[in-house]
Design a binder for this molecule. Structure first.
Ligand SMILES: [Zn+2]
Ligand SMILES: [Zn+2]
Length: 575
């Protein structure tokens, strides 16, 4: 069988793991042998599969008969049952600890047994409670090293794009809600705040039957792996290594726990200070009097904010960016709601690089209850996306008209996503643009310009007589591409005065404008539009992600154009 070729690095990493696991079991000598064989193979100049092909594995220094046999198994079968057995013998939590920089098998086992920690999150809690420094052979420095290593590990492993995991997390939440023994359930943490990236997912439940609920949770079809199962806390891995943690909370303390686990840290620190001013203590268990321990509030989150003299702060705002002061003064924004969108401003079809027809997109949009959908396929300049020529744009107009005649309860508008060339010109003729309902201009090439050049480019486009919206204004791709150099203050000012929309592109990799930039745009008097940039009917659900960005950006419905009816949208565009 010809499988994919195994690399030297993969073989080395398997042997390193065997060495670690054997050492953890207290096996003598063997770990050293595996370790040194792994080191040799890691730095081999030749492909190990070639050496194996010649039958010369045992000529590699440090590779004896038994190790050679295992390497052959990996090359031939793609896995190694011997390693699987070793792994199964180890407590899961110990293996997770070994993923931390500076934590070998011995240290992992030591921490596991001495502190009772199983997993990195437990260890982090122990380190933050200063329990690690008390252990023999550890001190303040090594405790801090562990905290730092955990931060690095998080950065490396555990940031998922909100848009790609929210749906699954909400499905799990929904299934829990439907379970007979579940009284309350809510997502907490950064996913509840709708941060653009999420580390792991926290779900809180209250229940009269923790065992049954934990068992149910751990046997969900989504659970690819169970990290731990217990009456207080369970943890599963879903999809691409996303950890979903379930915490069972006493129903009376649910509000306090939800407030605490939703964060952010900075927000909570500030709240705790306000609590202290009242001589109260705020924790995951409740808001209580420091003396006597009388309970002030704990069952509902709202009661906690109220007791602290604050208006209720929506989770999306809890970042300590002025929301606590605003809640105190009664000046929190009346945030745009998830149900307020009337249509989508930017979606693609098969005419360019989308995967569905105009009709299919229109039906999907109608099924979402929207009043309108603007189809804005790419223009010809973007060859890679099969952009449309002037002729094709006119043909597309006919198709859109036909769809509008056929389908009721939704209006399809004819737009385009044209390219903004280096000099700021739009790559579609005015005679063609004039007939369109909506023109999006986007930068899709030549990203590397100076800030001055890029700003001039975008500002020139803003002043094009037919342009309605700048698409994904900064061009950033989360975790992949930095925003291009752009003087946003100038862009905001020009867009506001030229009556041009700036996009909140809700595609999960974009979120562009970002939450913080939305708020700046709003302060500059810019009108924003939320769009999915859908390339598939399924992508239309991203619109709510755009609303989440807008909420995190303190926006009210009035500053988002597509909360308006079709009639009002048209009136705004005509101005
Ligand atoms: Zn685009
Ligand atoms: Zn697009």
């Amino acid at each position: 069988m010809a499988e994919k070729k195994v690399s030297n690095a993969e073989i080395a990493s398997i042997l390193f793991e065997i060495a670690d696991l054997l050492e953890l079991k207290g096996v003598a000598f063997k770990p050293r042998a595996y370790h040194s064989a792994a080191q040799t193979i890691e730095s081999l100049g030749e492909d190990i599969t070639e050496i194996a092909g010649r039958g010369e594995l045992e000529e590699i220094s440090g590779v004896g008969e038994s190790i050679a046999e295992k390497i052959r198994t990996v090359i031939e079968k793609g896995n190694l049952p011997y390693l699987d057995r070793l792994r199964e013998d180890m407590p899961e939590g110990v293996r997770e600890l070994m993923e931390l920089e500076g934590i070998g098998p011995k240290k992992a086992l030591f921490l596991h047994t001495k502190l009772g920690v199983s997993g990195i999150e437990d260890l982090e809690a122990a380190a933050k409670k200063e329990k690690v420094r008390e252990l023999e052979g550890f001190g303040e420095t090594s405790e801090q090293n562990i905290i730092d290593a955990i931060a690095v590990w998080r950065e490396r492993h555990e940031r998922f794009l909100l848009g790609y995991i929210l749906h699954d997390a909400e499905e799990i939440e929904r299934k829990l809600r439907e379970h007979d023994a579940v009284k309350k359930v809510c997502l907490a943490g950064s996913i509840r705040r709708r941060r653009e990236t999420v580390g792991d997912v926290d779900i809180l439940v209250s229940t009269g039957d923790p065992e049954a609920v934990s068992k149910f949770f751990c046997s969900l079809p989504e659970a690819r792996r169970v990290v731990m199962e217990g009456p207080k806390r369970s943890s599963i891995v879903v999809g691409e290594n996303l950890h979903v943690d379930l915490r069972v909370i006493d129903g009376e303390q649910f509000g306090a726990a939800l407030q605490y686990f939703t964060g952010s840290r900075a927000h909570n620190i500030k709240l705790r200070k306000i609590a202290l001013d009242h001589d109260w203590k705020l924790s995951e268990y409740g808001l209580v009097a420091r003396e006597g321990g009388d309970i002030v509030a704990r069952e509902h989150e709202e009661e906690i904010y109220e007791a602290l003299g604050l208006a209720f702060i929506p989770p999306e705002l809890r970042e300590n960016r002025g929301e606590i002061e605003a809640a105190d003064e009664g000046t929190l924004p009346d945030l745009i709601g998830y149900g307020e969108m009337r249509g989508d401003l930017h979606a693609h079809t098969r005419w360019s690089d989308g995967s569905h027809t105009v009709k299919e997109m229109a039906e999907a949009a109608r099924d979402r209850g929207w009043e309108y959908l603007i189809i804005s396929d790419h223009s010809a300049g973007l060859a890679i996306a099969h952009g449309l020529s002037g002729d094709e744009i006119r043909k597309q107009a006919n198709e859109i008209e036909k769809v509008n005649n056929k389908i009721e309860d939704i209006t399809v508008l004819h737009g385009i996503e044209a390219n903004i060339d280096k000099d700021g010109t739009i790559d579609v003729k005015k005679s063609v643009l004039r007939d369109l309902d909506f023109v999006v201009g986007s930068v899709h090439s030549a990203f590397k310009m100076t800030e001055k050049e890029m700003t001039e480019r975008v500002v020139t486009a803003i002043h094009h007589e037919h342009l309605d919206m700048i698409g994904h204004p900064t061009g950033r791709l989360i975790q992949k591409r930095e925003p291009h150099a752009l003087d946003l203050d100038t862009v905001f000012e020009e867009a506001a005065s030229a009556h041009v929309l700036l996009e909140i592109n809700a595609f999960p990799t974009r979120f562009d404008l970002s939450d913080v930039n939305c708020r700046r745009a709003r302060d500059a008097g810019v009108m924003l539009g939320i769009s999915t940039d859908a390339h598939d009917t399924d992508h239309l659900r991203f619109l709510d992600l755009g609303v989440a960005v807008a909420r995190r950006g303190w926006l009210e419905a009035g500053t988002v154009i597509n909360t308006r009816s079709l009639e009002d949208l048209r009136a705004w565009l005509e101005k």
